[in-house]
Design a protein around this ligand. Structure first.
Ligand SMILES: Cc1cc2nc3c(=O)[nH]c(=O)nc-3n(C[C@H](O)[C@H](O)[C@H](O)COP(=O)(O)OP(=O)(O)OC[C@H]3O[C@@H](n4cnc5c(N)ncnc54)[C@H](O)[C@@H]3O)c2cc1C
Length: 461
């Protein structure tokens, strides 16, 4: 890392001249909230710039190169890997005010947005025009489209619809040099040159600042229906997931809760079947009403064939909302209950979920931790919540996490499916990527950002 210059009064006045005094926040009280995300501890920035245009960002990044100070992009700070934490101080660049939906083109099924648009606001706006933007991170009412693009966010709908990356046709970005580039297209297809769009997407704000996104939309499904199924063992639940997918029933969500997660949400579960169950699936299908009804019947049959003790339909929106409330409550309850709570979001091949989750009990004994697992059974993305009564156990638990990640990799998985590497997981990067792969990735970073001014200290040790 270079020796960064602190933001002295000369640099400060140049920044104010470049972006306008109104865009700058210096109040120490206000800076605190920009120093952390939803997971990582605070590193307070020297100042915040609230950008409203790509031109301001261009000028800011040119100054950063000239004076060698770091700039960290931030959407709405809900990240779970510390990606928007300004590790070396400097300028925190907030994109929250670039929050306009610039166009929704019904005929072309696209939307053009600024990065600070809240994901749920976009979903609602396109819905009014009979269109659908599927990516649905659980944080969708509090996170931004720019943050989703920078982390390639996913959610329950991924099993049918894919992740954020699959809905970004084109983009505008300000590179660390201050150059403004367009990448990708505004059409359904496009293969001209190397795909810089996909290089920038998921790069966690280390290669460029996303300032405009062209999004692919699809027609809004007519109807949606929900079901819960209870199982005596996790393996039976996972067998039913594989069976429904193989037989051609692709739900728009298949979420699972293990026995531990059921235990801590028992009071919220309005089903007596839940009291003795060891695993629960939440399954949703969307599409044409009578088609999804038939599909749900078939999926219910498959669950029963795989030893489900009960299958309960929740066709109306009220029941549906109650079921999702339970799913969302799990992580909050775990966090409330344990003084030490660490969160991994590994992915394994779908057929290996039960093997991984089943094997966690062995790790608990070995490393003195309690593990709660839930997540996206449809795509193998498991939220492994590692807890301990005694925070002093952290070192031992760190070894347990490494063991977990080794197991994930040995069965063909990956160490992060949604949250990214940021600060939180960079020490594990070399467990998954070869030295040569890391060398090439660092060389790409050097081409984009030779002075290391954009979001330094992220992804790579
Ligand atoms: C309760 C809860 C539930 C969550 N559920 C999910 C989930 O289901 N799926 C999932 O994927 N994630 C989930 N997350 C994590 C988080 O919401 C996502 O990573 C989200 O995409 C972050 O968006 P943000 O606007 O808050 O970005 P931030 O946290 O502000 O930033 C995240 C990263 O993106 C970069 N960045 C942000 N905006 C830009 C930009 N315009 N240009 C370049 N880089 C930028 C930042 O530098 C940082 O590296 C959850 C978080 C919480 C707190």
């Amino acid at each position: 890392m270079p020796a960064y210059t602190s933001i002295n009064s000369e640099i400060l006045s140049k920044i104010k001249e470049a972006v306008g005094t109104d865009a700058v926040i210096q109040d120490p009280e206000k800076l605190i909230e920009f120093g952390k995300d939803a997971a990582e501890d605070a590193h307070i920035p020297d100042l915040v710039v609230e950008a409203t245009s790509a031109r301001q960002i261009q000028k800011l990044l040119r100054l950063a190169n000239r004076h060698c100070f770091p700039v960290t992009p931030r959407g709405l700070g809900t990240g779970l890997a510390g990606g928007s934490v300004p590790l070396f101080g400097g300028v925190l660049l907030s994109l929250a005010k670039m929050n306009r939906i610039l166009a929704i083109e019904q005929d072309n099924l696209i939307a053009v947005v600024e990065p600070g648009v809240v994901t749920l606001d976009l979903q609602n706006a396109v819905k009014e025009k009979g269109l659908f933007y599927p990516p649905d991170p659980a944080s969708l009412d509090t996170c931004s489209i720019g943050g989703n693009a920078a982390t390639n966010a996913g959610g329950p709908a991924c099993v049918k619809y894919g992740t954020t990356r699959d809905y970004i046709l084109g983009l505008e970005a300000v590179l660390p040099s201050g150059e403004i580039i367009k990448a990708g297209v505004r059409t359904r297809k496009g293969v001209v040159g190397y795909d810089l769009r996909h290089l920038l997407l998921g790069s966690e704000g280390t290669l460029g600042v996303l300032t405009k996104l062209i999004l692919k939309l699809i027609p809004l499904p007519q109807a949606i229906t929900t079901m819960v199924a209870f199982f005596p063992k996790l393996t039976s639940a996972m067998e039913s997931v594989t069976a429904m997918l193989i037989r051609g029933h692709v739900p728009c969500a298949v979420e699972f809760l293990d026995d531990r997660c059921l235990e801590i949400t028992k009071d919220m579960l309005p089903f007596k079947e839940a009291q003795s169950a060891k695993a629960m699936l939440i399954i949703e299908t969307d599409g044409v009403q009578d088609v999804i009804e038939r599909q749900m019947e078939a999926i219910g049959e498959i669950c029963l064939e795989c030893s489900a003790t009960d299958v309960i339909m929740a066709p109306d929106s009220l029941k549906r909302a109650r079921i999702w409330e339970i799913r969302r409550a799990v992580s909050l309850r775990i966090e409330e209950r344990f003084p030490l709570f660490l969160h991994e979001d590994v992915v394994v091949p779908i057929g290996k979920i039960a093997e991984l989750v089943g094997g966690l009990r062995g790790l608990e004994e070995m490393y003195g931790m309690n593990v709660y697992s839930y997540g996206h059974a449809g795509d193998g993305n498991i939220h492994v919540n590692i807890t301990a009564e005694d925070p002093k156990n952290r070192d031992r638990i760190e070894e347990g996490i490494k063991d977990l990640l080794r197991k994930v990799l040995s069965i063909g998985g990956t160490i992060s499916g949604e949250h990214g590497i940021g600060i939180a997981k960079k020490r594990f990067l070399s467990m998954e990527l070869s030295a040569e792969s890391i060398r090439i990735q660092k060389a790409i970073k050097d081409i984009f950002d030779p002075n290391q001014i954009l979001n330094p200290g992220k992804i790579f040790e």
